[in-house]
Design a protein around this ligand. Structure first.
Ligand code: TXE
Length: 498
């Protein structure tokens, strides 16, 4: 029996921010939904309501898009010097940093992720804003070769209103990955956080009052994906949708964007292979593989949900991996307990979905190497679960589970494991473990993934490296220089001089 770590109810944080109905953030003001409708956001530890949040419908989305549209042409935003834009982004970073603890607590309360991890995510938001603050002064256009009778150049201009839609597993961070480049390039934003995790994005927008950012540059509408999200992404005055979420919804966003040919970037699911060759540092590989599917309770697009190990070391590696998972099993518990390494899953529907996949694994003939022990007190906890005895074609090895569940499979040589690693509709990331440089580079070149990590696990970039997926893991990139193309439009200008 696993006994999750607990914290007495009166010792759990209860920020003042949770009091009262949380309104929408439109044009720099907190407003209730016009319909007066609200919904409850739920604490996954207690499964009790945490806060009441306004449910935006079409009229509210229209108001938010109109506010963003006005801000887009407001001289206080549209006409400022690039360096002033840099200073504004730095102010935003400062305000997030100054309120980091409150934002992290709100996220831990709402999604159950250990406070140590939400603190890291909020700190990363600060880095992302500071990194993007460097872009406004470096957004060069081009001059083009032309006859002496003409001057030709290419301007790089913002798109307009960006609809930013995010998932629940890194609520503010996923939003900041969209807000920071949008602002750095002169766009304005309407954010739609996941209905499971609205609070940190709402609070962030409220905190912007402490900066010189003009009202309406960042707006937030909260509510259900099928209502609030749907209106936002199909709005004709929204020039671009930047989306993080499931592949199914991502495809729907892309199809809907055809109505007015919106620009679209999509950060979707993954089925990241961790590939361990016999010559690797097995102990380190085991420790990072455990982290890769246990951190955040495996609720990450880059989770190491498939582990391929070379046959000669399979037994030895499996033993090391089970050992490396032990601290997560022992550290299952309340996100506010200092010993917690894994919190509950974010909400009941998702908990049931993850358990459904574990049931499917055993039905399909898989063996649970770990994850069979019952958990005291029920709740939404899922123990780290390692599955053997399934092949890569099984549903559990093919579909994104988004929980602390990984399938361990064997392989003999490089060609075989590259084929196995690539045999999925996803292509977000891959991790390769070997001391042989040639093997590492060959694998990196051939794996169909937006990011490949050699002898390490995932590393989320604050700036220099583009992040995004091949195949059905996404479209376009966040970060890197590539992100600038995703938030700007080139304009060719021809001046007749003669
Ligand atoms: O995702 P959805 P959910 C994966 C993960 C998870 C599964 C389901 O496998 O178990 O998706 O999660 C909004 N128009 N990831 O249900 O439905 C929705 O309100 C406009 C991967 O949360 O894709 C939310 O804000 N918007 C992942 C966002 O889309 C709509 C992050 C994501 O919701 C909409 C999250 C619609 N019709 C889940 N329907 C990652 N890549 O990290 C929903 N939304």
């Amino acid at each position: 029996m696993i006994e999750p770590l607990t914290v007495p109810a009166d010792a759990r944080p209860r920020p003042d921010y949770l009091t009262g109905t949380k309104g929408l953030q439109i044009g720099g003001i907190e407003v209730p939904a016009r319909s007066g409708r609200t919904f409850a956001t739920v604490d996954p530890v207690t499964e009790q309501p945490l806060a009441t949040v306004s449910a935006a419908d079409a009229a509210d989305v229209d108001a938010a898009v109109a506010a963003a549209r006005r801000a887009f042409t407001d001289p206080a935003w549209a006409d400022i010097a690039p360096y002033q834009r840099t200073l504004l982004l730095l102010q935003v970073a400062d305000v997030v940093e100054a309120n980091a603890e409150e934002l992290a607590v709100l996220e831990s309360l709402e999604m159950g992720c250990p406070l140590t991890q939400t603190r890291w995510m909020i700190h990363h938001c600060v880095e992302v804003f500071r990194n993007h603050a460097g872009w406004p002064t470096k957004l060069y256009g081009q001059t083009a070769p032309s006859a002496s009778s003409q001057f030709q150049y290419v301007l790089r201009q913002p798109l307009g209103v960006v609809g930013a839609i995010a998932g629940w597993n890194g609520p503010l961070l996923q939003m900041v990955y969209k807000i920071a480049p949008a602002l750095a390039t002169g766009n304005t934003v309407v954010c739609k956080p996941s209905e499971h995790t609205s609070l940190s994005t709402l609070r962030f927008a409220e905190l912007l009052a402490g900066t010189d950012l003009p009202a309406g540059v960042v707006n937030v509408v909260t509510g259900d994906g099928k209502v609030t999200g749907q209106h936002l992404m199909s709005h004709d005055d929204v020039a671009k949708v930047a989306f993080t979420g499931s592949t199914a919804t991502g495809k729907h966003v892309l199809a809907t964007s055809a109505s007015n040919l919106k620009r679209v970037t999509l950060e979707l699911g993954g089925k990241t292979p961790y590939i361990v060759f016999a010559d690797a540092d097995l102990e380190k590989a085991a420790s990072i593989c455990a982290l890769a599917f246990c951190a955040g309770s495996g609720q990450a697009c880059v989770a190491g949900s498939r582990i391929f190990v070379q046959e000669p070391v399979r037994d030895e590696f499996t033993e090391l991996l089970v050992g490396a998972m032990a601290p997560y099993r022992a550290g299952l518990g309340d996100p506010f307990h200092p010993g917690t390494r894994m919190g509950p899953l974010a909400f009941r529907g998702h908990y049931e979905r993850v358990n459904g996949y574990i049931g499917l694994a055993t039905e399909a003939g898989g063996t649970l190497v770990t994850g069979t022990e019952p958990i005291a007190g029920g709740g939404l906890y899922v123990a780290p679960t390692l599955i053997e005895g399934l092949d890569n074609k099984s549903r559990v090895a093919q579909e994104e589970i988004f929980g602390p569940v990984s399938v361990l499979m064997g392989f003999r040589e490089l060609d075989e494991v590259v084929d196995l690693g690539n045999d999925t509709v996803f292509g977000l990331a891959a991790s390769v473990w070997t001391r042989d440089l040639a093997t590492a580079h060959r694998a990196a070149a051939r794996l169909d993934a937006g990011s490949v990590w050699i002898n390490r696990g995932s590393q989320m970039s604050a700036g220099p490296l583009p992040f995004g997926g091949h195949k059905q893991s996404g479209l376009g990139r966040e970060h890197g220089t590539q992100v600038l193309d995703a938030y700007t439009e080139p304009k060719s200008v021809i001046v007749e001089l003669s």
